[in-house]
Write a protein that binds this ligand. Structure first.
Ligand code: ZN
Length: 442
């Protein structure tokens, strides 16, 4: 059996079987670009990047799409506040977003649809919903009629009555049902587009469905996002897809848990936000990546400085072991393309078990331990294999240890340092040691 994954739509662990051979289409809800992302927002950025890498490693042909919401009330408000255009605000914060993505070691998605590029498609989609009786106009706004979708609530596992009583008593009397959501908002302020139902802008829930469909068709393999998007965003995406395409939009719905700061949800209003842009080194970005990757993906991460320090220690331990091993192997002239097949099999087994990263962490530490033992035992053939195994696993996880092989000058100094040590010429050894330390090799 290959990958087994938890499907939020069925609430079951399921064997992963793509719809179309080994082709995998995945879509993950991206950011609304009106501010900087915090370390909680970085969690899906890291997890789905790892998931894409692992699916590719498992032989799948993956196309990963993640959108940019570049039209929204928050962007418009920010633009007014700063006397800029929505486009200027969105572009600035989108660039900042990609900087943060890079900082935590993730790669850009293959496809990056922007909401504003799909407005005509969204308008015809809304017209289609209207024609089918799933949408109604009210004073220029267009709402989705939730009552017409039989299994509304199927993702969040709630029945409509419960959702209704849970929903705030609607002040918006224009709606037939408090759960109905805006497909199109009639607007006076900010950027707007002309539509048959009046000029305005599309609702957020509509964007993702339309872009998904345009890029991939009626149904995709994986739809991902943070747990907090399950309701109402993803529920509403499903409702629209059911209405228009008769599908649940995706075969597998995957959600990652939140990251809380000392047990409290991070939010600007509480003033407890740590922004990714404030991480001041690629080293710390990678420590954050490790912390997030090695936490069970469906659980809440109780983030704290202590937890960060704990992962910094682990990460530094791996870097030290890897660096020492790599330079020793270079000095000894040993290298290999072989991996320890038992370790790789174990890695696959744990990853296939709904990304059991805790077992992967144990495995990584075992490999690092063998690196240290084989190094001490001067068993360089075995060491080379273990080093290559660790590198292979870290490539799949996107963990970069930032250790480059020595260049000629450095290798020469390294050789002279070793020679001097063997000859007990400590004065010369000290000279080279100083050089190598400066280069961060020792
Ligand atoms: Zn979305």
């Amino acid at each position: 059996m290959g990958l087994v994954i938890y499907n939020s739509l069925t609430n079951k662990l399921e064997e992963f079987k793509p719809l179309n051979g080994n082709k995998v289409n995945m879509y993950v809800c991206g950011p609304t670009v009106y501010g900087y992302i915090h370390i909680g927002n970085a969690r899906p950025v890291i997890f789905y990047d790892m998931m894409r890498r692992y699916l590719k490693f498992s032989g799948y042909d993956v196309t990963y799409a993640s959108n940019i919401t570049d039209v929204d009330d928050k962007i418009i408000n920010k633009a007014i506040e700063e006397g800029k255009t929505e486009k200027e605000i969105a572009t600035f914060f989108e660039n900042a977003y990609w900087d943060s993505v890079k900082m935590v070691g993730s790669e850009k998605p293959d496809l990056i649809p922007h909401a504003t590029e799909y407005i005509p498609e969204m308008i015809s989609f809304i017209q289609e919903l209207e024609k089918k009786g799933y949408a109604y106009q009210a004073d220029g706004d267009v709402f989705f009629r939730v009552n017409n979708v039989k299994d509304y609530g199927c993702l969040s596992n709630q029945v409509t009555e419960d959702l209704e009583s849970g929903a705030r008593i609607s002040v918006d009397s224009k709606k037939e049902n408090p759960l109905d959501f805006a497909l199109w908002k009639n607007t006076d302020t900010g950027i707007k587009w002309d539509a048959p139902f009046g000029s305005g802008r599309p609702g957020w829930h509509t964007e993702c469905v339309v872009m998904n469909h345009k890029l991939f068709g009626d149904v995709i393999d994986i739809h991902g996002g943070g747990m907090d998007l399950k309701f109402p965003h993803h529920e509403n995406e499903i409702a629209q897809a059911e209405a228009c395409y008769g599908s649940h939009l995706a075969k597998y719905w995957i959600h990652v848990g939140r990251l809380d700061l000392k047990g409290v949800k991070m939010s600007k209003s509480l003033g407890n936000v740590i922004y990714v842009k404030n991480i001041n080194s690629t080293h710390d970005g990678m420590v954050l990546r490790c912390l997030i990757l090695f936490s069970p993906y469906r659980s809440i991460i109780p983030y704290s400085m202590e937890l960060f320090d704990q992962y910094a220690k682990e990460y530094d331990k791996w870097c030290r072991a890897y660096k020492q091993a790599l330079y020793t192997l270079q000095y000894e002239g040993k290298s290999t393309n072989d991996v320890d097949s038992a370790d790789i099999e174990a890695f696959k087994k744990y990853m296939d078990d709904d990304f059991n990263v805790q077992n992967v962490l144990t495995l990584v530490n075992e490999i690092v331990k063998s690196i240290n033992t084989t190094l001490r035992a001067k068993d360089y053939d075995a060491l080379a294999v273990k080093v290559n195994t660790l590198r292979t696993i870290f490539n799949v996880l996107g963990i970069n240890l930032f250790v480059d092989p020595m260049n000629d000058e450095q290798l020469d100094a390294y050789k002279k340092w070793q020679e001097a040590r063997i000859n007990k010429d400590f004065a010369t050894a000290d000279i080279y040691r100083a050089k190598l330390t400066e280069w961060n090799i020792l």
